[in-house]
Design a protein around this ligand. Structure first.
Ligand SMILES: [Ca+2]
Ligand SMILES: [Ca+2]
Length: 353
């Protein structure tokens, strides 16, 4: 699949993969789409404003505008593009096969699209959510207190949380399986395992974040690698994007700033990215919030050794240790930092347009 990226489209800040189409947001908030367009999933609406994030279902697309509104295009046979009219103040998006989740800045979740297994039935009273993930027929939410909520189909055990699941800092959802990373860096996996997608490698180093495709899982490790397991095939990579199916437990070294997108059937990384909008945006989702604070808390009190450890990422003032000064910096940057940064740049420069 050819991609249209050239020098005009650089500084990628968000990347998403559908089954056969791709979405990316560049450094100034333009969205491009390429690949299959049978359902109009690659026809970016001309009305789309400055975007800060994209998400891709199998054959539809979502973009989050800097204003907190959501725009959808592509297949709408299950209402997956029927964004609720009142939806605003969105901070994050997640897409399953044909259903969509939006995390609002007040910590609540809104869902729309196909609801054949209750995947859009957000539990009543669900609040304090800091991350979301969506599978084929199920949905996951991570709460500020480190617990996980799951709803929708349990036909593969994908919403049956492991006993004692707590102190979680990141989640992921494949078609029929679920992933969670503890603050100790350990990955928990449950649900379908027909392709070994929940057989977490025993020698996995501490993990920062996870994503999942249809029947595979991929983890970003604290030492700067991607390690994947589950259903694997092969696709040729091509710069500046690389994308392929990874052999089980195949590790690759990545740039600390590289973006990763796990699609239903393949994985893409891009190295030509925007610098992080803030050094405190540890998980690179363009927002500095509780997820990043959990990350810093994990490293609190630790000395910084080397340049890629958890502690060094959290040593925001580069004084060799993770302390309350670093926490202060994080709190100062709290909020949607990409939008803030662009606003500053717009004010500071009128020589280009
Ligand atoms: Ca973040
Ligand atoms: Ca420090």
């Amino acid at each position: 699949m050819n991609h249209p990226v050239n020098e005009e489209f650089t500084g990628i800040q968000s990347l998403a993969l559908g089954t056969e189409h791709r979405l990316a947001v560049n450094g100034v908030g333009d969205v491009i789409a390429w690949g299959d367009n049978e359902h109009g999933q690659s026809d970016v609406p001309s009305s789309l404003g400055q975007a800060i994030a994209v998400a891709a279902g199998n054959v539809y697309s979502l973009a989050l505008e800097a204003t907190g509104t959501v725009i959808a295009w592509g297949a709408n046979d299950n209402g997956q593009c029927d964004v609720p009219a009142e939806l605003q103040d969105v901070s994050h998006l997640a897409t399953g096969t044909s259903h969509s989740l939006a995390l609002l800045s007040d910590g609540t979740v809104v869902a729309w699209g196909i609801n054949d297994a209750g995947q859009c039935d957000v539990p009543p009273g669900l609040t304090d959510v800091i991350a979301i993930a969506a599978g084929q027929q199920h949905s996951l939410a991570l709460k500020l207190n480190g617990t996980v909520e799951a709803w929708g189909s349990n036909d593969s055990g994908q919403t049956q949380l492991p006993d004692g699941l707590q102190h979680i800092r990141a989640i992921g959802a494949g078609d029929w399986h679920s992933l969670a990373v503890g603050t100790d860096g350990i990955v928990h996996a449950w649900g379908a395992n027909g392709k070994k997608q929940t057989d977490v490698p025993e020698d996995l180093p501490p993990v920062i974040s996870v994503q999942a495709g249809a029947a595979y899982s991929i983890a970003r490790t604290a030492d700067g690698r991607l390690i994947a397991w589950g259903d694997c095939g092969e696709r040729a990579p091509g710069p500046p994007f690389t994308h392929r199916h990874y052999p089980a437990s195949f590790p690759i070294d990545i740039d600390a700033h590289a973006l990763l997108a796990a699609g239903p059937i393949d994985i893409m990384t891009v190295r030509d990215t925007c610098p992080p909008c803030s050094p405190a945006d540890f998980n690179r989702d363009n927002t500095v919030n509780q997820v990043d604070m959990i990350f810093l808390y994990m490293a609190l009190g630790e000395p910084c050794v080397g340049d890629s450890s958890d502690a060094c990422m959290a040593d925001l003032n580069h004084d060799g240790a993770v302390g309350v000064d670093d926490l202060s910096i994080l709190l100062l940057d709290w909020g949607p930092c990409r939008a803030k940064k662009d606003a500053v740049q717009a004010i500071g420069s009128n020589s280009r347009n």
